[in-house]
Design a protein around this ligand. Structure first.
Ligand code: MBD
Ligand code: FE
Length: 283
C-alpha cells in the first residue's frame, strides 16, 4: 500500500473505522431494523439463509471452512470493513433494482466514501492542495429533466487523489480536499475544474484484502469520479464516471461500471476536457 509519509500511513482499519462512523452518522435512521415489516424480514432473511444452506450442501462445506468463515466475519467487524464489503460486493445489485424504472441517466453505486454537505466550490474549482498532482480536468455539462427542461440543480463531486486516496478516509489530507458542491445556472449549465483521479485499490491489509488474496482476486477499481446530482422535484442521481482505456473498466472489483458512464475526454489546455450532462427523472 502506498503511504503519503511515515507518520501518515493509510490502513484498512483506520479507513474502515471512518467509513463505519460515517455510515452511523449519515444513515442512523436505518439502525431501526424494526421498521422493516416482519413479513419482509421473514422472507428475505429466510431466503438468504436458504441460499447459504444450499451452498453448504452443494459443496460439502467442512468445519474447517465454516470456522474460517466465522473468524473472517468477526474480523470484518473488528476492522470496520462492513461498509467496504457491502458496497464492493452487494450494492451494485441494490442500485440496479432501485433505479431500473428511470428514463434519465444511468447511475451506479455510492460506495463507502461519500461525505454530505461538501462546501460550495469557489470559482467552479474543487479544493486542492498547492501543487496537487494529477492531470487538470475541465468538465462542462447541463442538468435537465427528462422532458428537456433545464434544471438549476447541483452536482456534488468527490474523488480520490492521484495516489488513490480519499480525504477524510486516509490520513494527512485536508478535510474537504477533492470534495465540493457545484451549482448549475438557470439554464442548467455547470462547469467544474478538478484533476483526474487515479485507479483505486481497495485496502489490501484488512479483512476484505484477506478475502481477495485468499480467493486469488484483485483489489482494483478503475479511476472514477463520484457524483450526486440533484434538483428540486427530481430523483437524486448517484453515479460514477470512468475513463476510457482504464485496465479495470472491464473487471471492476465493485462491478459498478456501465458503458453509459464512460467519459470521452479530449485534450484541453494542459489537461483534458469532458462534456458530460445529466438527465434527471421527475419524482
Ligand atoms: C471506492 O472508492 C469505491 O468507490 C467503492 C465503491 C468501494 C471502495 C472504494
Ligand atoms: Fe470511489
Amino acid at each position: 500500500m502506498t503511504t503519503t509519509n511515515d507518520s501518515a500511513v493509510a490502513t484498512a482499519a483506520a479507513s474502515g473505522a471512518s467509513a463505519t462512523d460515517r455510515f452511523a452518522t449519515d444513515k442512523s435512521p436505518y439502525a431501526a431494523v424494526k421498521d422493516v415489516p416482519k413479513e419482509r424480514v421473514d422472507l428475505l432473511a429466510r431466503e438468504v439463509l436458504e441460499a447459504v444452506h444450499g451452498t453448504i450442501r452443494k459443496h460439502k462445506v467442512t468445519y474447517d471452512e465454516y470456522n474460517a468463515l466465522k473468524a473472517w466475519l468477526i474480523q470484518v467487524g473488528q476492522d470496520g470493513e462492513w461498509p467496504l464489503f457491502l458496497d464492493v460486493w452487494v450494492e451494485h445489485v441494490v442500485e440496479d433494482v432501485a433505479t431500473e424504472h428511470r428514463q434519465g441517466n444511468k447511475g451506479t453505486i455510492e460506495g463507502p466514501y461519500y461525505v454530505p454537505n461538501a462546501p460550495d466550490a469557489v470559482d467552479n474549482t474543487i479544493p486542492m492542495r498547492d501543487g496537487e498532482s494529477g492531470t487538470p480536468l475541465t468538465w462542462k455539462g447541463t442538468i435537465t429533466s427528462v422532458d428537456g427542461t433545464p434544471l438549476p440543480g447541483k452536482v456534488e463531486l468527490w474523488h480520490a487523489d492521484a495516489e488513490g486516496f480519499y480525504s477524510q478516509f486516509a490520513p494527512g489530507i485536508p478535510e474537504w480536499n477533492l470534495r465540493a458542491t457545484f451549482h448549475a445556472d438557470d439554464k442548467g449549465n455547470f462547469e467544474i475544474h478538478t484533476i483526474q483521479p487515479a485507479p483505486y485499490q481497495i485496502p489490501t491489509d484488512g479483512s476484505c484484502g484477506k478475502l481477495i488474496a485468499a480467493a486469488g482476486w484483485h483489489a482494483w477499481r478503475p479511476a472514477h469520479l463520484h457524483v450526486k446530482v440533484s434538483a428540486p422535484g427530481h430523483e437524486l442521481l448517484t453515479a460514477q464516471l470512468y475513463f476510457p482505456g482504464d485496465p479495470h473498466n472491464n473487471d471492476d472489483i465493485a462491478d459498478a461500471v456501465k458503458p453509459e458512464l464512460i467519459l470521452d475526454p479530449k485534450p484541453s489546455g494542459d489537461g483534458v476536457g469532458i462534456d458530460y450532462s445529466f438527465v434527471l427523472d421527475p419524482e
